[in-house]
Design a protein around this ligand. Structure first.
Ligand SMILES: [Zn+2]
Length: 394
C-alpha cells in the first residue's frame, strides 16, 4: 500500500536535489496515464486534485478511484487537494481521501493569508495531513487552468516567506518567482536569485506552480535553487485536447473507445518525460524506504443495548451520533452495524474510520465525541468494549 505522507516524500526530494511531480488529475484517463508513467519510471508521484476543476459531486465520485489507484501502486503516492479555497473545503477533501492539502488564500493581504493558513494547518496537522501554503501570487495567462487565477503576479519576498512559514507551520511553500498558471505567452523570465534567497530564509521545501512551457534548462535551474515539488497540469490538458480533436476529426463514434481513445497514452508520455527530467525517475524504492506509510485507523465499539430498546430507537440514537461525529476533522466514515453472527457476546457495532493516529487522539477529545459518548451512547447501552485498530502495511 504505497500511499505515503507527502511531507516525507517532498523532504526526501529536497535533501537529494530533485523535484517530485504533482500532476493534475482531471478524470480517469489522466489518473491512468499518470500512474502508468510513475510505475514505468519507478518514480514517486503526487496525484493533484484541483478544487476548481470539479463541480457538484464529481470530486466525491472520482476520489474512490484515485484512492484505489494509489493503494494498488508499487511506487510511493500522495494524494493532494490543490488550491483549496477554505477550511471547509480542506476538511471535505481530507474526508474524501486526500492525505495532503494545498491552501490557496494567496490573493488575500499578507496577514489574512497567514492567519487563515494557520487555522487550516492546525486542523490538518491534527489529522496527520501535510499542508502546502502559497505566498506571493501566481496568476493565470491562458488555458483551462488560467481562468481560476485572475490578476497580476505578486512575487514572493524572502523576508515575508520566513515569517509566514514560521507562523503558519506549513510543511512546504509555493512561491511566485515568474511562472504562471496555464499556458505562457513567450518564454517566462524566472527570478532564480529571489528563489535562492527564499530558500535560504525558510527551512521548508519549495514548490513551483505553473510548470507548463518551461524549458528543460529552466526546470534544472529551479531544482538547483531549492524547488522540490512541481505542479503540472496544462501541458497534460493540451495533449489530451489535441488527441480528442484528432479522434473527432477521424469521425470515430462513441466515447470511451473512440473520443477518449489514446488520451491516457499522451498523458503518460508527457508525465514520464517530466519525471525523468525532474530527477525523480528510478527513486521509488529509496523514497518508499524513507517515508512513513499512510496508516488509517478504526475506532470500533461493540455493544449491547438496554433491554426493551427497539431497533428503531437504536437506529435513531446511532443516526444522531453519526451526524454529529461525521463532521469531526479526520473522520472519514462512520458505519453503524448489526452483528449477524449468532450467539455472539455483542449485538451491535459502531465503526469509525479515521485518517490516522493523530486524528484518533483529537477525535477522543472532541466535544461532539464527548457529548455523544456520555449523553447519548452510554445511557442507551448496557455493556460495550472499544478497540482502536491500525492497518498493518506491508
Ligand atoms: Zn497552482
Amino acid at each position: 500500500m504505497p500511499l505515503v505522507h507527502l511531507s516525507d516524500m517532498i523532504r526526501h526530494a529536497s535533501r537529494h536535489s530533485y523535484a517530485v511531480g504533482a500532476f493534475g488529475v482531471a478524470n480517469l484517463q489522466f489518473l491512468e496515464g499518470i500512474m502508468q508513467a510513475a510505475e514505468q519510471c519507478r518514480s514517486p508521484v503526487v496525484l493533484n486534485l484541483i478544487e476548481a476543476h470539479f463541480e457538484n459531486d464529481e470530486f466525491e465520485f472520482l476520489m474512490p478511484a484515485v484512492t484505489a489507484a494509489a493503494r494498488r501502486a508499487e511506487v510511493p503516492v500522495a494524494i493532494n487537494f490543490d488550491h483549496g479555497s477554505s477550511l471547509a473545503s480542506a476538511e471535505r477533501a481530507i474526508r474524501s481521501g486526500c492525505n495532503a492539502v494545498m491552501v490557496d488564500t494567496s490573493a488575500l493581504p499578507f496577514s489574512d493569508n497567514m492567519w487563515q493558513t494557520r487555522d487550516i494547518v492546525t486542523m490538518a496537522h491534527a489529522c496527520g495531513i501535510t499542508v502546502e501554503g502559497e505566498l506571493g501570487y501566481v496568476p493565470g495567462v491562458e488555458g483551462e487552468n488560467a481562468k481560476h487565477h485572475p490578476g497580476e503576479p505578486a512575487y514572493t519576498s524572502a523576508a515575508e516567506a520566513a515569517g509566514y512559514v514560521e507562523r503558519t507551520n506549513v510543511d512546504c511553500l509555493a512561491v511566485s518567482i515568474g511562472t504562471v498558471h496555464g499556458r505562457m505567452k513567450g518564454v517566462p523570465k524566472l527570478d532564480y536569485a529571489r528563489l535562492a534567497k527564499i530558500k535560504e530564509a525558510t527551512a521548508v521545501p519549495l514548490v513551483i506552480h505553473g510548470g507548463t512551457g518551461l524549458s528543460d534548462d529552466q526546470f534544472r535551474r529551479l531544482i538547483a535553487n531549492g524547488v522540490a515539488k512541481i505542479n503540472y497540469y496544462t501541458a497534460l490538458a493540451d495533449a489530451a485536447n489535441r488527441r480528442i480533436k484528432e479522434n473527432v476529426a477521424a469521425d470515430r463514434k462513441g466515447v470511451q473507445s473512440s473520443l477518449m481513445a489514446g488520451v491516457s497514452d499522451v498523458v503518460r508520455e508527457e508525465v514520464a518525460r517530466c519525471l525523468r527530467l525532474w530527477g525523480c525517475g528510478g527513486r521509488a524504492a529509496e523514497v518508499l524506504a524513507q517515508c512513513r506509510p499512510w496508516q488509517e485507523v478504526n475506532h470500533v465499539v461493540l455493544y449491547n443495548v438496554a433491554e426493551g430498546l427497539s431497533e428503531d430507537k437504536v437506529a435513531s440514537v446511532m443516526r444522531e451520533g453519526k451526524s454529529s461525529m461525521a463532521a469531526i476533522p479526520g473522520v472519514r466514515s462512520i458505519q453503524t452495524c448489526q452483528i449477524i453472527q449468532p450467539g455472539g457476546k455483542y449485538s451491535y457495532c459502531l465503526m469509525t474510520n479515521l485518517t490516522g493516529q493523530e486524528a484518533l487522539a483529537a477525535y477522543h477529545k472532541h466535544p461532539a465525541y464527548l457529548h455523544f459518548s456520555s449523553k447519548i451512547f452510554r445511557p442507551a447501552v448496557v455493556d460495550h468494549v472499544s478497540l482502536d485498530i491500525r492497518e498493518i502495511v506491508f
